[in-house]
Unconditional design. Structure first.
Length: 147
């Protein structure tokens, strides 16, 4: 099962919005929000909440791709998020997420007994390539409790 299939199966909001996981690697995650009237705003484009969910889902996909091998000892959690809506989004939009720190650096902090935090940056684009939104989600790897 791919990371995109796993997220669609386990995260109801991703299913609700019919998000399409186009690419999911430790270097980049690309997720698309199809144009759907049920999720439009007052001007006929994707609702801000739907675009936030798109960006957060792309960030979650790259976190799972980069740190999936750490799930036995830590759980990834979003700590905070910031989004800027730059241009009017119309039609389908696509979010591209990238890690803001090297994965090895984050794992080294986890190895040292810390609870690392790291940013994931996301660009949301419409079909013509224009950036409609920029987002940062800060994630942590919370170590599992020892028995």
């Amino acid at each position: 099962m791919s990371i995109g299939e796993m997220l669609a199966a386990t995260v109801p909001m991703a299913r609700t919005l019919n998000l399409e996981f186009l690419e999911t690697t430790a270097d980049q995650a690309v997720v698309s929000l199809p144009d759907q009237g049920a999720y439009h705003n007052h001007v006929g484009g994707p609702h801000a909440g739907a675009m936030f969910t798109l960006g957060e889902s792309a960030s979650g996909a790259i976190v799972l791709a980069a740190f999936g091998d750490q799930l036995s000892r830590a759980v990834p959690l979003a700590v905070r998020a910031d989004i800027a809506y730059k241009k009017l989004a119309m039609g389908a939009v696509t979010a591209t997420a990238t890690l803001g720190r090297p994965a090895a650096e984050v794992v080294a902090e986890l190895d040292a007994g810390q609870r690392p935090e790291f940013p994931v940056t996301i660009e949301i684009r419409r079909a013509d390539g224009a950036v409609t939104g920029e987002m940062t989600v800060v994630w942590t790897l919370r170590p599992n409790q020892q028995d």
